[in-house]
Design a binder for this molecule. Structure first.
Ligand code: NAD
Length: 261
């Protein structure tokens, strides 16, 4: 193999060498897989989760693979926690290149039975969190833009486009997240910060199997279940230089689910 081709290959497998990343909901599922992939490819990663044990387990896995990171306990719906997490990253590493807004939650009930508290919790964890992290992190990412620019990846869902009964708050939060992604991308495009979203279909994580629509058979997956690693790969692509000309988009990663509808 030619030397320049070898160098290119090496760059491809270490796309995040010397990058600083922050992943929310990194204690499980898609967030954990994304954290480990970013670290494998050279990033130092802030592992943010509301579940201390789960977040620390992710950090242990990261260390086992030779990665560098830190666990930060935070409720992504709380402004003080969000600002605290970002400040800690700046103290530790002095900049932030990649922000993955992945933490998410669901509540299952018809709208007329859904409590106001449950509506607020879903909207706050899934949507307000992205607003808070972007509001407080993007100014630091701008500063990093002299180096290589920053990248925000929001984790949406197929439910933003086509949904089912009993998940209205979740569907609304993800629809809002996609609109937010496009709007913020326009605001920061001149600062070399890109903002995109992935919209997963059914992913094999604890969140998926908590859905009573699946348990009752009201929703069928028909061979479209994706691994968390499959979503992590899409997130890492959008975060990487390979997606340098991509901003304001939503990438569906759903094994053809939307195409079938
Ligand atoms: N699993 C799927 O089928 C699927 C499909 C489409 C979209 N998604 C989205 O992917 C994202 C990750 O989901 P997952 O399937 O990996 O779920 P998961 O339940 O495996 O992991 C979610 C993680 O987020 C953390 N979290 C929850 N609320 C939090 C909060 N307030 N503050 C900080 N951390 C919090 C949890 O502790 C957990 O570690 C979510 O945004 C979800 O909506 C998942």
């Amino acid at each position: 193999m030619f030397a320049d081709e070898l160098q290119m290959r090496e760059q491809q497998i270490m796309r995040f060498k010397s990058s600083i990343a922050l992943v929310t909901g990194a204690g499980s599922g898609i967030g954990r897989a994304t954290t480990l992939q970013l670290a494998r490819e050279g990033a130092r990663v802030a592992v943010v989760d509301i579940d201390r044990e789960a977040g620390q387990q992710t950090l242990e896995l990261l260390h086992k693979e030779g990665g560098e990171g830190v666990f930060l306990l935070a409720d992504v719906a709380q402004s003080a926690d969000v600002q605290g997490a970002i400040n800690r990253v700046m103290e530790l590493w002095g900049r932030l290149d990649i922000l993955v807004n992945n933490a998410g939650t669901m509540r299952f009930a018809p709208v007329v039975q859904l409590s106001e508290d449950d509506w607020d919790r879903v909207i706050n964890v899934n949507l307000r969190s992205a607003f808070l992290f972007c509001k407080y992190a993007v100014p630091h990412m701008r500063r990093a833009s002299g180096r290589r620019g920053g990248s925000v990846v929001n984790v949406s869902s197929v439910h933003a486009s086509a949904t089912t009964r009993n998940v209205a708050a979740y569907a609304a939060s993800k629809g809002g997240l996609e609109a937010f992604t496009r709007a913020l991308a326009l605001e920061v495009e001149t600062q070399s910060v890109r903002v995109n979203a992935v919209a997963p279909g059914a992913v094999d994580t604890p969140l998926l199997w908590s859905n009573p629509n699946l348990q009752s058979g009201a929703e069928k997956l028909e061979g479209t279940v994706i691994s968390a690693q499959g979503i992590a790969d899409a997130i890492c692509y959008l975060a990487s230089e390979q997606a340098a000309f991509i901003t304001g988009t939503v990438l569906n990663v759903d094994a053809g689910r939307l195409a079938r509808l």
